[in-house]
Design a binder for this molecule. Structure first.
Ligand SMILES: [Zn+2]
Length: 138
């Protein structure tokens, strides 16, 4: 059941608006049905980046996420660094201002790094719509 936050009326799960007052019901309190998936925000290489020692591969909204990315990359033999980590150590009070933690790698590893991360997040068996469950005969 979905309870209307406006008037408290209980509506069916399928309802999108309250039957009593018409308020739009959102799925508060119901766990997301979609699988958790990390959305990597890859940064495209520009031609000039090839000349740099390090390029930004992607950005993460939080430091722990960036850390996970770095450990994935290092496990694959790609030297990755977090330039914004030092920024945080130098001025931790600025942490809330940092919205994008950059993960940097040498440009020659760009393509393989992308591949490593994309392979890591893809689930082995994508839980798509099942073609019908066996054993639930009528
Ligand atoms: Zn209502």
């Amino acid at each position: 059941m979905k309870q209307c936050s406006e008037c408290g009326t209980e509506n069916t799960d399928a309802a999108t608006v309250c039957s009593q007052c018409g308020k739009v019901l959102d799925a508060v309190g119901q766990g997301p049905s979609s699988i958790d998936r990390v959305q990597y925000q890859f940064v495209d290489l520009t031609p000039g980046d090839q000349d740099n020692d390090l390029v930004t591969l992607l950005t993460c909204p939080t430091l722990p996420e960036a850390d996970v990315v770095v450990s994935h990359l290092e496990a694959a033999g790609i030297p990755a660094s977090l330039p914004d980590e030092y920024k945080m150590l130098a001025a931790p009070w600025d942490l809330i201002k940092i919205r994008n933690f950059r993960v940097q790698i040498p440009p020659e590893h760009y393509d393989s790094a992308k591949e490593v991360l994309l392979t890591n997040v893809e689930p082995a068996n994508p839980p798509e719509t099942r073609p019908g469950e066996p054993g639930t005969g009528m």
